[in-house]
Design a protein around this ligand. Structure first.
Ligand code: 5GP
Length: 148
């Protein structure tokens, strides 16, 4: 497990929002899922098409992620990126992942960000919630490419 200090949340909280999504307790705009991962739209995207990939493992950050889940997250990330490249007709996709509150992590269940953007054009982090109809439509488009 990650070491405990004063500034970071290091103990896994079963009530975090991503845990609730995995349990089906709160909804998400799902793009893809398998037995080890779930991918869904970020509701406060840093660019259009911003997707989060999470493991089903209860991991706070990279330090806790078991190798088989790390592999599964990256395999799902490849599917998502391929779909984003097709749907948004662009090559550039930012892959980002924050470890600890000090790094800016706000949800303490490990997640990979995949953002159709350049690093210079990234919008503000977790700042502005966008229209859910648009998120649902994008999730559907990305899922259709993955399932084609
Ligand atoms: P972190 O700061 O932990 O790296 O990223 C957390 C991400 O979760 C942010 O990009 C934020 O916009 C996103 N987020 C926060 N609350 C929710 C939510 O309720 N649903 C979804 N889909 N994303 C969320």
């Amino acid at each position: 497990m990650t070491q405990v200090n004063d500034t970071q949340q290091t103990i896994y909280d079963n009530n975090n929002i991503f845990a609730k999504m995995l349990n089906g307790d709160i909804p998400c705009h799902k793009v893809y899922e398998d037995d080890k991962t779930l991918a869904f739209m970020d509701i406060m995207p840093q660019a259009e098409g911003h997707v989060l990939v999470i493991p089903t493992q209860k991991a706070v950050d990279l330090g806790d992620l078991a190798p088989e889940y790390a592999a599964a997250v990256l395999m799902t990330a490849q599917k998502i990126m391929q779909a984003q490249r097709q749907v948004f007709a662009r090559e550039g996709i930012v892959q980002m992942q924050l470890n600890g509150a000090q790094a800016g992590q706000t949800v303490f269940h490990y997640h990979l960000h995949l953002i159709p953007s350049s690093i210079q054009e990234l919008g503000r982090h977790a700042a502005i919630e966008v229209d859910h109809d648009q998120l649902a439509a994008t999730a559907k488009q990305l899922a259709a490419v993955i399932n084609a």
